[in-house]
Write a protein that binds this ligand. Structure first.
Ligand code: HEM
Length: 153
């Protein structure tokens, strides 16, 4: 795998993950609040997030594989990377932990609530997911700034 291919796959995966969060948070969330009646919102979110999260899993695998391949295969190990890559890795791993939490806690409970027609419980879980995705979106945008500016300084 060449450096060019690795960084291309790395950035494409970032586009899918961070762009998807931007769309969900900035466009879909306010639209759902205006257009969709409250009883149907949890099922809509469970359905759309289920599809989006499949792509996030793939993105995470590719970000980790290409990121660590670049560090060890191109730069020659952790001792040789710049501060921007350390920050990217630290914040990137934090984003992944937050995503794992969303996936295995509130999102799993949201799906159970939808299956049981528990609208109030579902709405509560959607609210929890929204908060954490909001944090991850900000982190993701910050990491892109750090990575792109840092690699040119
Ligand atoms: C554990 C996770 C990660 C590792 C090990 C990693 C590693 C790397 C490495 C080694 C590079 C090449 C840096 C250079 O050429 O100076 C890179 C580039 C990049 N990374 Fe990551 N990364 C990770 C996560 C992320 C995340 C979560 C994002 C964004 C949300 C991100 C965004 C970028 C971008 C935009 C570039 C291209 C920088 C440029 O050349 O303009 N990375 N990453």
């Amino acid at each position: 795998m060449s450096f060019a291919l690795a960084i291309t796959l790395h950035v494409l995966s970032v586009v899918v993950w961070v762009g998807g969060m931007f769309y969900a948070y900035m466009a879909m969330r306010p639209a759902v609040g205006q257009v969709v009646e409250p009883a149907k919102r949890p099922a809509l979110w469970a359905n759309t997030l289920e599809r989006f999260f499949r792509w996030v899993w793939l993105s995470i695998v590719l970000i980790l594989a290409t990121g660590f391949w670049m560090i060890f295969g191109v730069f020659g190990g952790m001792a040789n990377i710049g501060l921007h890559v350390h920050l990217m890795m630290g914040l990137g791993l934090l984003m992944m932990l937050l995503y794992f939490h969303v996936y295995f806690a509130p999102f799993r409970r949201l799906k159970i609530a939808v299956a049981n027609n528990a609208v109030e419980e579902g709405a509560k879980r959607v609210g929890q997911i929204r908060k954490i995705v909001g944090i991850n979106l900000l982190l993701g945008l910050a990491v892109i700034v750090i990575a792109v500016m840092g690699s040119r300084m």
